[in-house]
Design a protein around this ligand. Structure first.
Ligand SMILES: Nc1nc2c(ncn2[C@@H]2O[C@H](COP(=O)(O)OP(=O)(O)O)[C@@H](O)[C@H]2O)c(=O)[nH]1
Ligand SMILES: [Mg+2]
Length: 277
């Protein structure tokens, strides 16, 4: 009993330490007020839920500002416009903004969409632009920002993949993801993978989220992700998003905050060196 109390206490302490660190974060560049992070991924990968889960972890209650697509078998992405979400802790707005982009559907993901994602990373796509799958945004369009400043640019691309579908990602999508990674890494921008829905991929983890790091199934999925997308294992973050919970939970929060801490750090490292690109 005593031991259990100690473990719970440590986990709680870890969460508070992570929260504090993130609450005190400040972008390392004086011209940048908040750091932008672009979130991409297939429909229903859990992009909106991830953004909401971050907010929930800070608020201590379930937050649902980014609309979650709950209809089963949905074929259309709910988020079709590029939309920025700030994260709040209490009354304080934290200096990072998550940009939720519409789903990448492997069968229809065409050159135009790849270009749009890359344009969005580099800050050329204005807020609220409604993506058109048929046509890439060009500099003639009023939604195209031809002269983005550092604040408009994203310094980390988060790609969400659901752990339970990692094995089914087709070659077409893999090629396109590699293409995106290549283009952004030429500009020094890191791509990370947030592997969502770990609860759906491993029954042990579903029961106890702390089994995450000893679960063979999760390790296998992370290794596969790393191999097919070419993102190092250290840049793959397994999480369980809030999806049907009524209250927040320390175990869920710690994983979400750990992923966020790494993402923010990677983005800020790039921002620091941004002028050399
Ligand atoms: N079991 C489980 N379901 C999740 C998780 N994350 C998201 N979901 C569910 O997956 C569906 C799609 O999520 P959504 O955030 O709308 O995906 P998006 O299209 O990528 O923005 C919703 O029904 C969510 O409740 C997770 O970590 N575990
Ligand atoms: Mg969404």
């Amino acid at each position: 009993m005593v031991e259990l109390h100690i473990i719970v206490f440590c986990f709680d302490r870890q969460k508070e330490a992570l929260k504090k660190k993130l609450e005190n974060f400040f972008p390392s560049h004086p011209d940048v007020k908040d750091i932008k992070i672009l979130v991409a991924g297939e429909i229903a990968a859990g992009k909106s839920s991830f953004i909401n889960s971050i907010n929930s972890a800070f608020q201590g209650r379930i937050s649902s500002r980014a609309l979650v697509n709950s209809a089963a078998g949905n074929s259309h992405s709910f988020t079709q416009k590029l939309k920025g979400f700030t994260i709040r802790s209490g009354k304080k707005t934290l200096p990072f903004v998550f940009k939720d982009i519409m789903g990448l559907e492997s069968e229809t993901l065409a050159g135009a969409q790849i270009e749009d994602i890359i344009n969005a990373v580099f800050g050329h796509v204005k807020e609220s632009y409604k993506f058109n799958k048929e046509k890439v945004l060009t500099n003639e369009d009023q939604h195209y920002n031809s002269d983005p400043n550092l604040s408009d640019r994203s310094f980390c691309l988060v790609y969400d993949i659901a752990a339970n579908i990692v094995h089914y990602i087709d070659d077409q999508l893999i090629d396109k993801l590699k293409d995106i990674r290549q283009k952004i890494s030429d500009m020094g921008i890191t791509q990370v993978v947030v592997m969502t829905k770990v609860d759906e991929a491993c029954p042990l983890v579903k029961k106890d989220l702390r089994k995450m790091y000893t679960s063979k199934k999760i390790k296998e999925k992370m290794e596969l992700c790393s191999a097919i997308i070419g993102v190092p294992l250290t840049n793959i973050f397994p999480v369980k998003n809030y999806h049907d919970e009524i209250d927040t939970d320390d175990d869920i929060d710690v994983l979400i905050l750990k992923a966020l801490e790494q993402i923010v750090q990677l983005a800020d490292d790039r921002l620091e060196n941004a002028e050399s690109y």
